[in-house]
Design a protein around this ligand. Structure first.
Ligand SMILES: C[S@@+](CC[C@H](N)C(=O)[O-])C[C@H]1O[C@@H](n2cnc3c(N)ncnc32)[C@H](O)[C@@H]1O
Length: 239
């Protein structure tokens, strides 16, 4: 499954993928609790899930400036590892956007949402983030978004390369991630990778492996914001 770049060996890639697979049950349990509002679900988690299902939910205005390769109403906005319902929003100033959410666990999420009686405006499609190059044509996407998920993937560098390959030249990949979450979560389940900012460098690491993302993808312009607890990353595919 994992054939990550850098010094990662195929053997350790397979070990990471095996541990990743063990994380599925925990992730599904979490989202079932949130969707069905089952204790101990915090009330605001369920409220956020309901808000995500609202077809009038607005995209965060800060994303709009990054959508430059097509008129907004024609742009294809990809939400990678979106969860059961995309958090991106479905409209801008009341106009409907073309949002495509994908997630590795989409089929299971479909069953959970049906159980909860919830229906997102666009159902999340099944798809591993590592397979973007085979899921979408090259240079076909106007904006890619990934929130709290890059470090949940078994091969984050493959995700980044794949995303850049399907973005149109000039298009943006916006990644929001918690800093060094594998350390925080003790390398359990989906939490196999750490992501952190070192000055202007973006580093993805786990014991024995360190990837300088900017050096790996010279085809992208990298910008970083934040980096204490949340890190906001923008990769723009160079024209
Ligand atoms: C913490 S949740 C975040 C979901 C959503 N982005 C949000 O912010 O609410 C992480 C998501 O990543 C998905 N995921 C983990 N590894 C993945 C992979 N390799 N490919 C696609 N989705 C993956 C999980 O199924 C889960 O829905």
């Amino acid at each position: 499954m994992a054939d990550t770049s850098g010094s990662e060996t195929l053997a350790s890639g397979a070990a990471i993928a095996a541990t990743w697979s063990k994380g599925k049950a925990q992730e599904l349990e979490f989202w079932r609790m949130v969707a069905t509002n089952t204790p101990p679900c915090p009330p605001d988690y369920h409220a956020e899930m309901l808000a995500r299902c609202d077809p009038a939910a607005e995209i965060h205005p800060s994303f709009i400036a990054s959508i430059v390769t097509a008129p907004l109403e024609e742009a294809v906005l990809l939400d990678i590892a979106a969860g059961p319902v995309s958090s991106l929003g479905w409209c801008h100033q009341g106009r409907r956007l073309n949002v495509v959410p994908i997630d590795a666990l989409a089929e299971d999420y479909g069953a959970i949402l049906a159980e909860a009686g919830l229906a997102p405006p666009v159902p999340t499609r099944p798809g591993h983030a590592e397979d973007l190059a085979s899921l979408f044509p090259p240079a076909s996407i106007d904006f890619a978004h990934m929130r709290n998920a890059l470090d949940h993937c078994y091969d984050p560098m493959k995700v980044i390369r794949g995303a850049l390959g399907i973005l149109k030249p000039g298009a943006s990949f916006r990644i929001h991630t918690i800093v060094n979450e594998a350390v925080i979560e003790g390398y359990e389940g989906f939490h196999q990778w750490n992501i952190e900012r070192r000055g202007d460098r973006l580093v993805i690491w786990r014991p024995g492996t360190e990837i300088d993302v900017g050096a790996e993808v010279p085809e992208a312009a990298l910008t970083l914001h934040g980096g204490e607890h949340w890190l906001f990353i923008e990769l723009v595919r160079k024209a």
